[in-house]
Structure formats: structure tokens, C-alpha cells
Write a protein that binds this ligand. Structure first.
Ligand SMILES: C[S@@+](CC[C@H](N)C(=O)[O-])C[C@H]1O[C@@H](n2cnc3c(N)ncnc32)[C@H](O)[C@@H]1O
Length: 248
């Protein structure tokens, strides 16, 4: 798939500067329910990992979401990858703030396209991570690219490791067009702090770049690539996004 975001770092940084403020506004108003996703992930991580664990965060953005999910967990090592260097500059601050200061020397932030970095990562870091997280960063990809990512993530995980996928999910028998219409209806009705221009930016982004899968499709791909068990950690109130835990 040829996506404008993936055509080069400078293009992406321009997009970042233009759209990040809107994304931050969406997050600070909790329109995508990041708070609930973060709480449910935090609950899972604190109960599943009693000892230090390592995390790879693909499409970490400014890591604001992840840093809240990691508070009071036993996280000992964090690697974040994102296309935007501007986002990663903020991520380094967010990941070492109060409560995560111990990560200062165990923090790796890599600027790049995770699709391109994946083969090398998988080769050099086989069985290296306890958790791989993708939060709202998989849905731009084609189904073939999603499958490659899932396959590589399995290789990157340690035995008993988990892949946490938080992303848009459409219902069975709901095609992409119907899902996008349903999602945008929710945006129009509930994202009341957006200006008309911001709404247009969001609507344009979602209609051109969002390619959600059904839960069944994700389960099928996970099974095909040897994940043993799948658990649903959280579904948002409008049934448009889910947090899925795939166990190696
Ligand atoms: C919607 S934001 C999500 C940020 C954060 N994970 C969250 O949940 O708030 C998507 C992020 O994924 C990054 N991203 C999308 N595709 C990417 C790719 N192919 N390689 C690296 N980063 C990517 C974008 O730069 C952006 O920061």
C-alpha cells in the first residue's frame, strides 16, 4: 500500500507538526478512550509481570500513552520506534518522568519505519522482548503487511511473552466503508471540542488511512503465526477499538 505517511521522514514530520496538536487534543479529551486502555493495560502488566520486563513499542509516538500504562509496573527496559523524530524527542521526556526515572539508562528510541526495521530487528533481537506493544499504529497497513508484522513479533518475543495490540477493530460482516461511517458518526456526535477544520482533518485522515480488521481476522493471523492464546483486555464504549493480548 502506498501511504503518504510512509513516503519520507520530512513529509512525516510536516504531518506530525500539523496533526499532532489535533491528536493531543483528541487524547486529552479522552475521545479515543486512551485513559481506559491505559488503565486496563496497566492492570494486566502489573499482574502478569512480577519481575523486570522489557518492552518494544512500535509506533510509540510521544509515548505519553505508554508511560501512563507503565507506571508502577516492573518495566526494566524500553525500546520505542516511530517515524517522527519530533515525537521521539517528547517520548524521551515522557518515559523518564516521575515514576519511570529508572529507565533513563535502559531506554532506546529509534527513528524509522518499523516495517523496514522489522527484518533486521527480528534477526538481531530474536527472543528479546517480554512485551511488544502496538497502540493505534497497525491499522494503516495492508493485510499482508499486518501479517508480516505479526510473524516478526512472534520471533521477537521471549517464551511467555505477549503482543498487546490496541487498535481499531470492525465488527464481523462490517465492511470498511460502513465502519468508517459509523466511526465518523461518533466523532461528529461526541468529539465536541474539535473545530470544523479539525473535524475535516480527522475525517480525511480516517477515510484515507484507516484499514481496521475484524477480531476474527486478527485471531486467524495470530493462530497462523503460532500465538497460543488470545485474550480481550478491553473494548471501547462505541465498539470501534479493542485491546487484545496475544500470548506466545
Ligand atoms: C495514532 S499514533 C499512536 C501513538 C501512540 N502509540 C498512542 O497510542 O497514542 C500512531 C503513531 O504510529 C507511528 N507510525 C505509524 N506508522 C509507522 C511506521 N510504519 N513506522 C514507525 N512508526 C509509525 C506514527 O508516527 C504515530 O506516532
Amino acid at each position: 500500500m502506498n501511504h503518504p505517511i510512509l513516503n519520507g521522514t520530512s513529509t512525516y514530520n510536516d504531518l506530525f507538526n500539523n496533526q499532532w496538536e489535533v491528536y493531543q487534543k483528541i487524547c486529552s479529551n479522552n475521545y479515543m478512550e486512551h485513559r481506559q486502555f491505559s488503565e486496563s493495560l496497566n492492570k494486566f502488566l502489573t499482574s502478569y509481570f512480577q519481575k523486570g520486563f522489557s518492552m518494544l513499542d512500535l509506533g510509540c509516538g510521544d509515548a505519553s500513552f505508554t508511560s501512563y500504562a507503565l507506571l508502577n509496573t516492573t518495566i526494566s527496559n524500553y525500546t520505542g520506534i516511530d517515524l517522527s523524530s519530533a515525537a521521539l524527542d517528547i517520548a524521551s521526556i515522557n518515559m523518564t518522568r516521575l515514576g519511570l526515572g529508572h529507565l533513563k539508562d535502559c531506554l532506546s528510541l529509534i527513528q524509522g519505519n518499523f516495517l523496514e526495521l522489522m527484518p533486521e530487528l527480528a534477526l538481531n533481537n530474536k527472543n528479546s522482548f517480554d512485551v511488544v506493544l502496538m497502540s493505534f499504529s497497525l491499522h494503516h497497513l495492508s493485510i499482508e503487511e499486518k501479517e508480516i508484522i505479526i510473524h516478526n513479533i512472534w520471533n521477537l518475543l521471549r517464551p511467555n511473552g505477549v503482543f498487546i495490540l490496541i487498535d481499531t477493530v470492525c465488527q464481523d460482516n462490517e465492511d470498511r466503508e460502513t465502519y468508517i461511517e459509523r466511526y465518523l458518526e461518533g466523532v461528529r456526535n461526541n468529539w465536541s471540542e474539535l473545530t470544523p477544520d479539525e473535524y475535516l482533518m480527522v475525517a480525511n485522515h480516517i477515510s484515507t488511512s484507516d484499514f481496521p480488521e475484524t477480531q476474527k481476522t486478527i485471531y486467524r493471523l495470530a493462530k497462523k503465526h503460532d500465538f497460543t492464546q488470545i485474550e480481550n483486555l478491553w473494548i471501547d464504549s462505541s465498539n470501534t477499538a479493542q485491546s487484545l493480548c496475544l500470548y506466545k
